[in-house]
Design a binder for this molecule. Structure first.
Ligand code: SME
Length: 164
């Protein structure tokens, strides 16, 4: 089944991400377009998990991220590398998990309801950083290593893994 919203809020994370991954691969079969991939994944993750904000910031210049496909209230448009959680993940090319955004120096508040956040880097086939995936939750400490593992696995689609 590739259509319809799954409710994965109460599933074990590993199983939940495996389900999203297979749904994504089904929806995107034969598609070779990063923006389509971003839009599809943002929608699947956002609605399956009930996140507050789910989307991508794309690398559009040296040290500059600009908002891409997302679900949620208005996100800020541009973030420079090193600023906020997204800019930190981009500058350091690694996943950043923030259990309490009020304790993260330089956190950029787009939606005041956000309590915790995870940002995962997106790489292309050449190993270049092309974007980051940012997910915000209304709950404190909503994300842990199981989310990092599941999301990093799914984002390998942008390296070309699983593209038909
Ligand atoms: N909180 C992010 C900014 C992006 S929004 O939350 C959509 C950050 O600190 O990088």
């Amino acid at each position: 089944m590739t259509e319809g919203v799954m409710d994965l809020r109460h599933e074990p994370r590993e199983r939940a991400y495996a389900l999203v991954h297979s749904q994504m691969l089904g929806v995107l079969a034969g598609v070779d377009d990063d923006i389509t991939g971003m839009a599809t994944l943002a929608s699947l993750l956002h609605h399956s998990f009930g996140h507050l904000w789910t989307g991508f910031y794309r690398v559009v210049g040296p040290q500059l991220l600009r908002v891409g496909p997302y679900q949620g209230t208005l996100g800020c448009l541009e973030i420079t590398f090193g600023r906020g959680v997204c800019g930190t993940a981009a500058a350091e090319r690694r996943t950043v998990i923030v259990p309490d955004v009020s304790r993260f120096p330089g956190h950029i508040t787009c939606d005041a309801r956000s309590k915790s956040e995870i940002v995962v880097p997106v790489f292309d086939r050449a190993g270049s950083l092309t974007a980051v995936l940012d997910i915000d939750s209304e709950r404190r400490a909503a994300f842990d290593q199981s989310d990092a593992d599941g999301l990093e696995r799914i984002l390998r689609w942008f390296v070309g893994e699983g593209r038909g």
